[in-house]
Design a protein around this ligand. Structure first.
Ligand code: ATP
Ligand code: LTN
Length: 327
C-alpha cells in the first residue's frame, strides 16, 4: 500500500479552495492515509491562544464533516504526538540555515517584518518531520508546498547517507490543473484564508443565501458569452471550473448549455450547484457540533494510531543517530 500524509493549518476558516482543491481528494484517497491538523505550524506567526484552540477543533470537525472516516484513515492533531518535536530537533541538525533561508514561503512571509520567529525559518523542518515520522510515500499538496517536500527529500536522503537507511524518501503529488480556485472578486488571485476578501471567498460553512450573494456579485467582464478562456475571461472561467467541480460535468458541456443564455442565468446555476455541493458538509458539521464528545473521541483514536507508527520510526532514528537507550 502507498501511504499518504498531508496537513492543513488551523488558521482562518476553511474555504471552497481548500475543500475543492485539497480536502475532497483527501476523502477520495483516504485508505491508508494520514491527515493532520498542523497546530504547531500555526504558531509560527503571531496568533491568539484561544483562537488556536477553537480553530483546531473546528477544522477537525470540518474534515470529519467532509467525509474523512476515522475507521478508514488516521485523522489527528499534530501536537497530540509530541515525538514530531523530537524528530524536528534531529533533522534541525541535518538541514542547513542556508537552505531554509532560500524557501519561497519564508521569504514571502518574512518580507517587511521587523523580526520573525525562529519557528518561521524552521517551518519546513517541522513539516519534514511530519512527513518522515510516518514513513510517508506520497504527500498530496498544492503547488506552493512542492519546495518544502523537495527539502524533505533532500534532508531524508542526507540522513540515510550519514546514518544508514532509516527514513522513507517521499514524493509530492499535485492535483491536476484546474484545481486552483480563484477569488470571486479578483479572479487572477487564488482564493485564500489569509487574504482579506470576504466577498471573494466562499466559506464551506456559508449559509446558502450568502453563497448565492457572493456568486451573483462575482467579477466577470463586459461581454455576454459564457466561454472558458482564462486569459480573456478569468472570472467566467473560474465560475465554469467551479460549476464543473460541483456538478462533475465537463466544461465544454457547460459552455454548450450556458453559452448564450446570459450571465444572470449562468450565475444562478453556479450558485445553486455550489449550495448543493457544500450542503452535506455544513449539515454534518452542525450535527457534529451538537456532540463535542464524538470529535474528542475521534481525535484521541487518531493520535493513538499515529503515535504507534511514530514511536517505531523514532526508535530507528535514535538507534541510527547514536542516542543512548534508556534501558
Ligand atoms: P493561505 O491562504 O493562508 O496560504 P491556504 O488557504 O492556502 O492558506 P493551507 O492550510 O495552507 O490553506 O492549505 C490547505 C490545502 O488547501 C493545501 O493543499 C492547498 O494547496 C489547498 N488550497 C488552498 N487554497 C486553494 C485554492 N484557492 N485552490 C485550490 N487549493 C487550495
Ligand atoms: N505547510 C503545509 C501544511 C503542512 C503539510 C505538512 C502538508 C504541514 N505539514 C505535511 C503536507 C505534509 C501548508 O501550508 N499547506
Amino acid at each position: 500500500m502507498t501511504r499518504r500524509f498531508s496537513g492543513i493549518k488551523p488558521s482562518g476558516e476553511m474555504h471552497l479552495g481548500n475543500y475543492a482543491g485539497a480536502v475532497r481528494r483527501w476523502v477520495d484517497l483516504q485508505d491508508d492515509s494520514i491527515y493532520c491538523v498542523v497546530d504547531l505550524h500555526a504558531m509560527t506567526v503571531p496568533y491568539e491562544p484561544a483562537e488556536l484552540t477553537a480553530e483546531t477543533r473546528r477544522l477537525a470537525m470540518l474534515l470529519l464533516a467532509s467525509g474523512l472516516d476515522p475507521e478508514r484513515c488516521i485523522l489527528f492533531v499534530q501536537s497530540h504526538v509530541p515525538l514530531v518535536a523530537e524528530l524536528t530537533w534531529v533533522l534541525n541538525c541535518i538541514a542547513t540555515v542556508g537552505e531554509l533561508r532560500r524557501m519561497t514561503q519564508f521569504k514571502e512571509k518574512g518580507r517587511g517584518q521587523e523580526s520573525v520567529s525562529a519557528g518561521l525559518l524552521d517551518y519546513p523542518v517541522l513539516m519534514a518531520a511530519d512527513i518522515l515520522l510516518y514513513d510517508t510515500d506520497e504527500v498530496p499538496v498544492g503547488e506552493d508546498q512542492i519546495q518544502h517536500v523537495e527539502l524533505t527529500r533532500d534532508v531524508a536522503t542526507r540522513f540515510n547517507h550519514r546514518f544508514g537507511d532509516t527514513l522513507v524518501v517521499p514524493k509530492a503529488t499535485v492535483p491536476p490543473v484546474g484545481a486552483r480556485v480563484k477569488d470571486l472578486q479578483d479572479p487572477t488571485a487564488k482564493m485564500s484564508k489569509s487574504v482579506d476578501s470576504p466577498q471573494g471567498t466562499i466559506l464551506v460553512l456559508d449559509e446558502p443565501a450568502r453563497i448565492t450573494k457572493k456568486v451573483k456579485s462575482a467579477v466577470t467582464d463586459s461581454e455576454t458569452e459564457v466561454r472558458f478562456d482564462v486569459g480573456a475571461k478569468p472570472g467566467i472561467s473560474n465560475l465554469l471550473s467551479l460549476l464543473s467541480v460541483a456538478t462533475a460535468r465537463p466544461v465544454p458541456e457547460l459552455e454548450a448549455e450556458y453559452g448564450t443564455g446570459g450571465y444572470g442565468t449562468f450565475k444562478g446555476a453556479v450558485a445553486e450547484a455550489l449550495v448543493e455541493y457544500l450542503r452535506p458538509v455544513r449539515e454534518r458539521y452542525h450535527e457534529l457540533a451538537a456532540d463535542p464528545g464524538e470529535v474528542t473521541r475521534c481525535l484521541a483514536l487518531g493520535a493513538e494510531k499515529a503515535e504507534a507508527i511514530a514511536s517505531a520510526t523514532m526508535d530507528r532514528v535514535r538507534a541510527a543517530t547514536g542516542l543512548l537507550p534508556l534501558r
